[in-house]
Design a protein around this ligand. Structure first.
Ligand SMILES: [Fe+2]
Ligand SMILES: [Fe+2]
Length: 146
């Protein structure tokens, strides 16, 4: 898969996982859903931050999208960290997951509508393929080491 396809495929899966996590009931189900979501979300952020974003951050057309994207990743990371200290059977847990979901969905939509569209103007097919390969490798490593 090229870099753009890989990111979009991942977004689709992450959206489903966010939905599933928010709907999960009881500690066991919620913890299992959150574990999986956390692993996938962190791996996704990593492949973007280590390969895709650095390639684009010096391109005039895309620079602002990259900086904004990094800040949005940061917000998601803060909520993920806070969730480690919140009992999964509490209302607070659900409130935090809801806000995580809204933030990440917004981020992914914006990434697709702005960053990916602008990236397409800057990167040719060969480079998109090469970036995709490197990103897939990083994602796999991140998931395995979790
Ligand atoms: Fe992202
Ligand atoms: Fe993304």
């Amino acid at each position: 898969m090229n870099a753009l396809e890989l990111i979009k495929e991942d977004h689709k899966r992450l959206k489903k996982m966010l939905e599933h996590t928010l709907e999960a009931e009881g500690s066991t189900e919620r913890e299992a859903a959150m574990d999986q979501l956390r692993t996938e979300l962190v791996a996704h952020e990593r492949m973007e931050e280590e390969v895709f974003y650095p390639r684009l951050r010096d391109e005039q057309k895309v620079r602002d999208n990259v900086l904004e994207g990094l800040e949005e990743h940061h917000v998601a990371d803060v909520i993920l960290d806070e969730l480690l200290d919140v009992p999964p059977d509490s209302d607070l847990w659900k409130a935090k997951v809801k806000v995580l979901k809204e933030n990440v969905e917004h981020h992914m939509d914006e990434e697709e509508d702005e960053l990916l569209k602008n990236a397409k103007r800057v990167l040719d097919r060969d480079e998109l393929n090469r970036l995709g390969e490197r990103m897939e490798r990083i994602k796999r490593d991140a998931e395995d080491s979790d």
